[in-house]
Design a binder for this molecule. Sequence first.
Ligand code: 5RP
Length: 291
Amino acid sequence: MADNVGNQEAKDYGIGVPVEKKAFFLKGLDHADWGIKDRMGRIFDSKSSHTVMLAFDHGYIMGPTSGLERIDLSIVPLIEHADCIMCTRGVLRSCIPPQVNKPISLRYSAGTTVLSELNDECILNIEEAIRLNVSAMAIMVSVGGIYEGKTIENLVRTADMGAKYGIPTLGVTAVGKELARDSRYLSMASRVCAENGATFVKTYYCEEGFEKVTAACPVPIVIAGGKKLPELEALTVAWKAIQEGAAGVDMGRNVFQADAPIAMLKAVRGVVHDGLKPQEGLELYNTLKNE
Ligand code: 5RP
């Protein structure tokens, strides 16, 4: 029992000093619970309000993708330079040392591969997310696809569980081959994710009207990188996305398939966090690559 004899009397009540009210630094999350904010605050840098996530979950639908054949050799050395890692539980357990101490966006939906009809997915158990101490659960949502209802139900169930245990849900918009990746579609898909409880949304950048996609989505958006592009183009996509309201990037192939992946990740960081222009990012990339 605490000693109650000879204790100093409480006196520093700060009478007359109002308690500071601080808005949370990410949009749409002022009313989220403490655990959600804590985890989002690990994924996003509170100084820049942005994030550079490293995605290497491709194997769950694509198998041993180029650059991901040996995660221990290609990805583990990159992790210290990312703000968050996005992967499946299988790779997390088998290849990622827990001492990397990075927030994890766990691929939380699983299902069919590129060999068959995409998008017929199920979700993991919340106990698995808790056991792995993840900072977000990433759910694929196929708006307008044949499994639209199923994947939206997956999102809703995940967001319910996430709310219960304070774990953010990342809605990942999958765009089927028959759908256009334009601002009209991406606005709708992102908004549908947010309306159904996603804490933040991952979608694609589009050249025309991306600022409408971010404006109409009430929670932060991070963009996927997509197929490998020349470095300057990939840095330009990242730069434009941030200028047009994205809160970050969740890039995979444009980082781990680059000639110098660590240099590329640092260049992306320069663009996303430090406001480097694409050409400046490229110069940083080339300098680091040649060191
Ligand atoms: C697939 C994903 C991938 O993680 C995503 O596509 C990111 O990787 P890349 O930058 O290579 O596109 O979410 O649904």
